[in-house]
Design a protein around this ligand. Sequence first.
Ligand code: NAD
Length: 206
Amino acid sequence: MRVLVTGGTGFIGSFLVDRLLADGHGVCVLDNLDPRVHPGSRPEHLAPGAELLVGDVRDRERCTAALDGVDAVVHAAAAVGVAQSLYRVEHFVDVNIRGTATVLEGLLARRDRRPKLVVLSSMTGYGEGLYRRRSDGRLLRVDVRSEVEIRRSGWEPVCPETGEPLAPMPTPEESALLARNVYALTKRYQEEVVLPHGLGGNAPAR
Ligand SMILES: NC(=O)c1ccc[n+]([C@@H]2O[C@H](COP(=O)([O-])OP(=O)(O)OC[C@H]3O[C@@H](n4cnc5c(N)ncnc54)[C@H](O)[C@@H]3O)[C@@H](O)[C@H]2O)c1
C-alpha cells in the first residue's frame, strides 16, 4: 500500500513513517518543515526510505501532487500547542481547518481509488478528560479551570464537591467533547469535518 503521511517529519509522524516502512508500505511525506519545529532541511530522523515532498497542506497543487497514487493518508500535519493557539489564532485555524479541508477535497476527488483517511485528533478536545474520585471510585469529568482556580487548588484537579484529589483515567472516545481553546477547537473541528465522509476503515493490503 502507498501511504501519504502529512506532517511526517514531525514527532508522531516520523515514528509512524518508520513503522509503515517496516511493515513494507511505500511512504510519501508532505511537510512544510515548519521552522518552529525543524531547524533546517530534511531532518536526519526521517527514514531514508521515505519520499519527502516539502510543501504546505493548504497548497492545493502540492497536495494534489502528493496524493497521486496514494491508497491511504495519515493526516498528522498541524499547528500544535494550546498556548500558541491563543495568540496565533488565524494561523491555527488556517492550518488545522483549511489544511484538513484541502487534504479532504483532494481525497474526495480520488474516491474511485477508495482511499482511506486517518486524522490525528487530540485529547484536548475532551477538556481535562475523565477522573476517578479516590474515596468512592466515582468517575467524573472536570471542567477546564481558570488560572485563578489552578493557583487556588493546585495543578492536579480536585473534586468540586469534596475537594479531594482526583486520579486521571483514560477518557473514552465517545465522551462528550469539551474544547475550550483555539487548538482544541480546531482539532475537534478536523474530526467533525472528516467523519461524515466515511473514509475510515480498513484499507485493502497490497
Ligand atoms: N504530541 C502530542 O502529544 C499530540 C497529542 C495529541 C494529538 N497530537 C496530534 O498529532 C499530530 C502530530 O503532532 P506532533 O506532536 O507530531 O507535532 P509536530 O509539531 O512534531 O509535527 C507536526 C508536523 O507538521 C508539519 N506542519 C505544520 N504545519 C504544516 C503545514 N501547513 N503543511 C504541512 N506540514 C505542516 C510540521 O513541520 C511538523 O513536521 C497533530 O495533528 C497533533 O495535533 C499530538
